[in-house]
Design a protein around this ligand. Structure first.
Ligand code: UDX
Length: 432
């Protein structure tokens, strides 16, 4: 099929490349000329394992194209995916849909024959209705249909999550569109993915509800970890004991720092704000938002206790600063609150991240990027393991760290407390 992806961020680029890899003709459109020129040269704007090879392969066999010409790309395509950003509004409540509505206006002036217009961006419930109204101003109802087809891609696993999804959710009551989408996704369905057809609003809500539930699950285990620390219980025993119940499931039950990323913080706020607009109080999700926002200050207090209240001039090393491993994304990473707060208390911060130096900390006083793990940790008083990169999983701390009284705060529970104790390392973790 002929597909146009509007927006070449995490969602648009990954989905577009993967659609081309299963045999479709795809054009990825972006208004950022530099980004499109780079993509044509095989320069990928995001860190996503395996993406570069997939782009090169499909660009070479001509199934994947890049363009800045939206009108022309739409006219040549039958299916139009809207994959532009829906960031949280500046006032913190709800999603900013300006990019979505701008694109809808551009689409309506490019329709001359039947098009299926699909929102893949995460959009609040009823956005599809708004898009339909915008296009109806200029285009007959017979010439288009607006469908919701949310993505469930995790950064760092996006290609795998696209290729082997648990389910494909398609929100439309239009039979013709449903048939087209079922055909489009048939290569994934034949590999075991479930195809779910529901109303457009149900599909929009399913996306938010899924992310909000995952955020709830993580926050639940994070709060249980706080209790475990008081009871001298290992939170990992609880995660395993709970997770073996098929009704609960073991995934997303790993205690750690506050959750971050471009989705959970944004989507939990957006669904709560939508509910408020419709006079419904989603009190559980609101408490998850609050609990997660408090988590970084809670872990900072732990840092304070570990250093016996003496932060000034202490050398603290962060191993990993992105919101999780296998990504370069700093959006809502808990480091963005923890590091400035430690600096304010006079700490000297070193950090290493496999994805390189971060602009968020460039030229920040007392925050230095180290080129490798050894130079990052060797003079540390405290080493904070913030993300669970494989690179951090077998470090010989005793051999590398010069200060014999160094401490480790393992925020991802990567190491076994007993092994640390046997090496006489002062080791602290989460919920253990
Ligand atoms: C998430 C959803 O998983 C994905 O389906 C949706 O499409 C986009 O949002 P992503 O934000 O890329 O994906 O990352 P994810 O792997 O879900 O992790 C989100 C946050 O939860 C990270 O900060 C991660 O460290 C944290 N997390 C995840 C935990 O703390 N514990 C866990 O067990 C899992």
């Amino acid at each position: 099929m002929k597909i146009c992806m509007i927006g070449t961020g995490y969602v648009g680029l990954v989905s577009g490349v993967c659609f081309s890899d299963i045999g479709n003709d795809v054009v990825c459109v972006d208004r950022d000329i530099k980004k499109i020129e780079n993509l044509k040269k095989g320069i990928i704007p995001i860190y996503e394992p395996g993406l570069e090879e997939l782009v090169l392969k499909n660009y070479k066999n001509n199934r994947l194209k890049f363009s800045t010409n939206l009108k022309e790309s739409i006219s040549k395509s039958d299916i139009i995916f809207i994959c532009v950003g829906t960031p949280t509004k500046k006032n913190g409540n709800g999603a900013d849909l300006s990019q979505i509505f701008n694109v809808a206006q551009e689409i309506r002036s490019s329709i001359s024959k039947f098009k299926i217009i699909i929102t893949k961006s995460t959009v609040p419930v009823t956005t599809g209705d708004e898009i339909e109204k915008i296009i109806l101003h200029k285009v007959s109802k017979k010439l288009f249909s607006v469908v919701s087809n949310p993505e469930f891609l995790r950064e760092g696993e996006a290609i795998r999550d696209f290729t082997y999804p648990d389910r494909v959710v398609v929100g439309t009551n239009d039979k013709k569109s449903n048939t087209v989408l079922k055909n489009l996704y048939s290569p994934l369905i034949s590999k075991g993915a479930k195809y779910v057809n529901c109303s457009r609003r149900a599909a929009e809500l399913t996306k938010y509800a899924s992310n909000a539930f995952l955020a709830t699950k993580i926050t639940f285990i994070n709060e249980l970890a706080n209790l475990c620390e008081k009871l001298d219980v290992n939170i990992e025993d609880i995660s395993i004991g709970m997770g073996l119940d098929k009704r609960i499931g073991g995934r997303f039950l790993r205690a750690g720092p506050a959750y971050g990323g471009s989705c959970f913080p944004k989507d939990t706020k957006a669904i709560a704000s939508t509910a408020d607009k419709f006079k419904t109080n989603l009190s559980i999700i609101k408490s998850v938002i609050k609990s997660n926002e408090n988590r970084s200050s809670l872990l900072l207090k732990r840092v304070f206790d570990i250093l016996k209240g003496k932060i000034k001039n202490k050398k603290i090393c962060f191993l990993g600063v992105t919101f999780k491993a296998n990504t370069d994304d700093m959006r809502d990473s808990s480091c963005l609150t923890m590091i400035p707060s430690l600096i304010k208390k006079g700490a000297l911060i070193n950090y290493f991240d496999p994805t390189g130096e971060k602009k968020e900390f460039k030229n920040k006083k007392n925050v230095n990027f180290s080129k490798n793990i050894n130079s990052a940790i060797k003079n540390s008083d405290l080493i904070i393991i913030h993300t669970e990169w494989n690179d951090f999983k077998s470090i010989n701390f005793k051999k590398i760290v010069q200060n014999k009284k160094f401490r480790i705060f393992d925020m991802r529970n990567i190491y076994a407390p007993k092994k640390m104790k046997d090496q006489k390392i002062k080791y602290f973790a989460i919920g253990r």
